[in-house]
Write a protein that binds this ligand. Structure first.
Ligand code: IMP
Length: 429
């Protein structure tokens, strides 16, 4: 069995798009299993740029693409994303795209609530994408979500809407907002149902059949391990489990289906939104990393915070997610630095840590312990073999591997697909 699960091993935006596309070409099925349209995956295929938020990356190449039950699904965003991609010439139909019937819907009231809470939180805000992700997951576990399969039973929707709206009306009243316009919501759902239902399938069945026939399944994670609701920098996290284990629960396959777990790791660290970031650089060096790395969010356009590579966090991500090997991206952004620092531990007062303590106050207080290594002046941009890398860059990669206790399987040296150094083929394992 040669399945691959790709996940971000930092705070998202590690460059998963290119790696997923590279692997998708050799996969039979590509599956999204968590998150929603808060993700931003940019693919460059034959010189054309595609921006995906909700759809699995395989769709661009016509590979069977699946949205699993673990995803929260905004049907109106779906309609618009499909229309945009079709306008770029991408073929999308119910044969090459299957969506789990059990996906909970993101509704306009979830978007409202996300924004209202963020606006009311002042300095304590999470910095969400305001796309309703958190409120939609809350309604899922609160057992009052409207799911895709409910769109096929519009006559039965009233009781569900009663429960859902009673909850939201109380929350909205707290923000001085009017109650939900229940009739308008029902009418909007009735209107969008015909767009969604042709794609709605028992995807657990499709995937189990594919697995029995020995098809290669690629699980495409969104966000990153440090944004995981259990293992991340809580409460500054997203509302899903972003670790590789979710590939199973979020798609309807058993835990052994994950296969090779490929953690995507940027050669430095970035974060969008609020929350602790021990190795953050609020100086010229951070500025330089941001400019060289074009660090602006794909979904929100926000400037990303930048800092040195944090080996403590990636080691922790690799452990909690069972990462088999990592893909190191954006190495070229470090070209030309005289010195490069790697965070190897933390200190609070006299106490040192080799992991990130869980309490937000401790996380905000930790001081990084750095190891400094000599940089390189040569360009690594576009390198396709070890021989093309300067000796110091190789030394950096080897040190990263040692510190995170995980081997490098791939090195990406530019946004172009071919500019990749392959050490170990995840699908060949
Ligand atoms: P939410 O997922 O919109 O609720 O946002 C929660 C946190 O996750 C915020 O800090 C967002 O910036 C972050 N986040 C959500 N999706 C992504 C992503 O795809 N890349 C990076 N950060 C993300």
């Amino acid at each position: 069995m040669a399945n691959v699960t790709v996940i971000g091993a930092q705070w998202g935006d590690e460059g998963k798009g290119k790696i997923v596309d590279w692997l998708a070409e050799r996969a039979d099925v590509v599956v999204r299993f968590q998150g929603g349209h808060n993700a931003g995956h940019t693919l460059v295929v034959s010189g054309k740029t595609y921006k995906l938020s909700l759809l699995p990356s395989g769709i661009v190449r016509g590979t069977l693409s699946v949205i699993g039950n673990g995803v929260v699904f905004d049907p109106w965003h779906f309609r618009d994303e499909v229309a945009k991609l079709k306008a770029q010439g991408v073929e999308i139909n119910p044969d090459n795209l299957h969506i789990a019937e059990t996906c909970p819907l993101i509704l306009p009231i979830h978007r409202d609530l996300d924004g209202l809470r963020e606006d009311a939180s002042g300095a304590g805000k999470i910095g969400t994408t305001r796309r309703g992700i958190g409120p939609a997951y809350e309604d899922k576990v609160g057992r009052r979500a409207i799911r895709i399969c409910d769109l096929a039973h519009l006559d039965d929707l009233d009781m569900q809407l009663d429960r859902l709206c009673a909850h939201h009306d109380a929350l909205r009243a707290g923000f001085g907002e009017p109650p939900v316009d229940r009739d308008a919501l029902k009418a909007e759902l009735a209107e969008i149902a015909d767009v969604i239902l042709p794609y709605a399938k028992p995807v657990w069945l499709t995937l189990n059949e594919a697995r029995k026939r020995g098809r290669r399944i690629l699980f495409e994670g969104a966000q990153g391990v440090l944004l995981d609701v259990d293992h991340g920098t809580y409460p500054f996290v997203t509302s899903s489990n972003t670790i590789a284990g979710t590939a199973s629960s979020g798609s309807g396959l058993g835990p052994s289906a994950a296969g090779f777990v490929l953690g995507i790791v940027k050669a430095y660290t970035t974060r969008v939104g609020s929350g602790p970031f021990p190795s953050e650089l609020e100086d010229e060096t951070g500025q330089r990393l941001g400019e060289r790395g074009h660090e602006f969010g794909t979904v929100t356009g926000r400037k990303r915070r930048c800092g040195w590579f944090d080996a403590v966090l990636v080691r922790q991500s690799a452990a909690v997610s069972g990462i088999t090997g990592v893909a190191l991206t954006k190495l070229d952004v470090l070209d030309g630095f005289d010195e490069i620092k790697i965070c190897t531990g933390y200190r609070i007062g006299d106490q040192t840590y080799d992991y990130l303590p869980p309490h937000p106050q401790d996380q905000a207080k930790v001081e990084p312990i750095y190891e400094t290594i000599e940089g390189w002046s040569e360009s690594t941009f576009g390198a396709r073999s070890w021989a093309e890398l300067p000796a110091q860059a190789i030394k950096y990669i080897r040190r990263v591997e040692e510190l995170i206790q995980c081997p490098v399987a791939l090195v990406s040296t530019s946004p172009e697909r071919e500019d990749t150094i392959l050490v170990r083929d995840p699908f060949a394992d």
